[in-house]
Design a protein around this ligand. Structure first.
Ligand code: TNX
Length: 561
């Protein structure tokens, strides 16, 4: 070989080596890129079983593939189920907010092979709110017995979309959903949350926002605590001072507020759209100072605690009739000191008018009469009063609900009792045939602080950490009371310490999800150690929705970053 040849061979080798080097570099980068894709595409996308659904469905089977939601995906409704139209529109709205896509809705008479297909079945074993979702590569089929089931299914589908999907539609994520089958139905038919709009007033817009928050977890009852010592929040046309005067303050002395009947109807309409039953509560015969301050004739000598007492002024006297002596308004947080004047005829005219006017604009089956902590009402009067109440509520076509103390009266299977504190009342109510709503303060009170450093909430019943809120079973809580005696569960959010949605969210999240699961999921499928991992995976969703949640260190929160 001459020198020329040697050089040629050398450069060929060099080319080869460089090529080889580049080849290896390419291989390495391919490996890095695929590893990156693997990590970032979350393999769980094609695993339906590991989707962190809350509440947990009855059964999930995955088949390892995925459905891709695209701009061209269509929503189909079985022509035999026209009542599913509104639900399809609701899903369309949610998907639009999430992805920017406006999916077309079509009514068809043969089963669809593609897109999202809603159909109603005559199979009653699916149950009132039950549903089945089958997801294949081309089709998401939703089957229900009643529209409520399809609506609950939509909430499941929302949770299967990528977490950030509801807040930032402009991003270029792929909208993949794992394939498989979900069969689901609730354990309890009553799954409620209560919002106290009396201690602090919350506007119609805020109540709607509240509904949006709870509905995502399949809660189906919103109990509105519409009156208390500190404020009367719903217009009663035959007793206008209740809101004109009794609605004008709140705990801490803020300006309070009230709903006109039209505004209340607007809340009801929005709730109905979300398959939520509104339970209105007028708390009597105690917790009634806002009415006593508005109409002196209802007052039999209630003494308003000095702390929080708002002295009547000349303006008050102009509004009120001046003939009888009204109490002062109250902005403190003491309980158990006020009572209606139960010996007067006008009191019953008042009770009848209030129940009649509210019942007339409430489509749901229930009317909550309060009945708690009537500590300054004589026992005999209390029993007579609750019995009379029962008749008035019934005459207005509603089923009466009352806090547990009503078990002292002649209640029966037509009445629902809400347990919050004493087992003896729950047992007595059960013996009288009254079904129970379980709201044990030590476990289910959303206004209890998480721990001693919490900024909001009270702690007279307990500090309720996220695990404690989850770890109880309504059906074994009280000896002698089992699942068939229970209508459902409710988590009340009293508002003495909270006055805006940020604060509401802080007490609500993340405990709300646990209560939703207690009410919906099968007890044997519930387990804190498994639940806390699912819950932790909801953090990116909370963050993208800007929900102000309590980041308990007992939950392994997943970071969205
Ligand atoms: C007790 S529970 C109350 C409410 C308070 C709440 C505060 C019940 C039926 N009555 O009036 O707001 O405690 O946690």
């Amino acid at each position: 070989m001459n020198r020329q040849d040697t050089r040629t061979v050398e450069s060929v080798r060099q080319i080869f080596t460089t090529f080889n080097f580049e080849f290896y570099m390419m291989k390495i980068s391919l490996f890095v890129v695929s590893a990156f894709i693997l990590v970032n595409c979350k393999p769980s996308v094609s695993d339906l079983v590991s989707a962190p659904l809350i509440p947990k469905p009855i059964s999930i089977v995955s088949d390892g593939d995925f459905f891709m939601l695209e701009e061209s995906t269509e929503i189909f409704i079985d022509s035999g189920s026209p009542s599913l139209n509104a639900i399809a529109q609701n899903l369309q709205k949610k998907i639009k907010a999430a992805t920017g896509f406006t999916l077309k809705i079509k009514i068809i008479s043969t089963k669809s092979e593609t897109g999202i297909y809603f159909t109603q079945s005559t199979d009653a074993s699916l149950s009132e709110e039950g549903y089945q979702i089958s997801i294949s590569e081309d089709l998401i089929a939703i089957r229900c017995y009643k529209p409520a089931g399809a609506f609950r299914a939509v909430q499941t589908i929302r949770q299967l979309l990528p977490p950030s999907s509801e807040s930032n539609p402009k991003q270029s994520l792929s909208w993949k959903m794992p394939t498989g089958k979900i069969i689901d139905a609730p354990s309890y038919s009553y799954r409620g949350v209560m919002l106290d709009v009396a201690r602090h007033f919350f506007s119609v817009a805020e109540v709607k926002q509240f509904i949006d928050l709870i509905v995502a977890y399949k809660i189906n009852v919103l109990h509105l605590h519409l009156s208390d010592d500190q404020g009367w929040r719903i217009e009663i046309k035959s007793w206008p001072n209740l809101t004109l005067h009794g609605g004008k303050t709140e705990v801490g002395g803020g300006k309070g507020g009230f709903y006109t009947q039209e505004q209340y109807k607007e809340i009801i309409r929005y709730a109905q759209e979300n398959f939520i039953t509104v339970v209105p509560e007028i708390d009597m015969p105690g917790h009634i100072n806002s009415a006593l301050a508005s109409y002196g004739e209802l007052n039999s000598g209630t003494i308003v605690p000095t702390e929080g007492r708002v002295a009547n002024d000349a303006n008050t006297n102009k509004i009120l009739d001046g003939k009888t002596k009204p109490t002062e308004l109250y902005t403190g947080i003491r309980v158990g000191w006020s009572t209606l004047h139960l010996e007067k005829k006008s009191t019953f005219r008042f009770v009848e008018d209030v129940i009649r006017e509210i019942s007339a604009i409430t489509p749901g089956p229930y009317f909550h009469i309060g009945g708690d902590e009537a500590q300054v009402t004589k026992k005999n009067d209390y029993v007579k009063f609750i019995n009379r109440f029962r008749e008035i509520v019934k005459a207005n076509g509603k089923k009466m609900i009352g806090w547990e103390e009503i078990a002292q009266a002649d209640i029966n299977e037509e009445v629902i009792t809400q347990h919050w504190n004493a087992a003896k009342y729950a047992i007595a109510a059960n013996e009288k045939g009254s079904k129970l709503i379980m709201s044990p303060a030590k476990k289910a009170y959303l206004d209890m602080s998480y721990n001693s450093t919490s900024k909001f909430g009270l702690h007279w019943a307990a500090y309720i950490e996220v695990d404690s809120a989850y770890q109880w079973n309504p059906a074994t809580l009280i000896d002698g009371i089992s699942k068939e005696n229970i209508l459902g569960i409710e988590a009340p959010l009293w508002s003495e310490t909270i006055s805006n949605m940020d604060e509401v969210e802080y007490l609500l999240f993340p405990r709300l999800l646990g209560y939703a699961e207690i009410g919906w999921s099968k007890q044997e499928n519930r387990n804190w150690n498994e639940y806390k991992i699912r819950l932790g995976k909801h953090a990116p969703q909370f963050e993208s929705q800007r929900i102000n949640f309590y980041k308990s260190n007992r939950v392994p929160w997943v970071s969205s970053k």
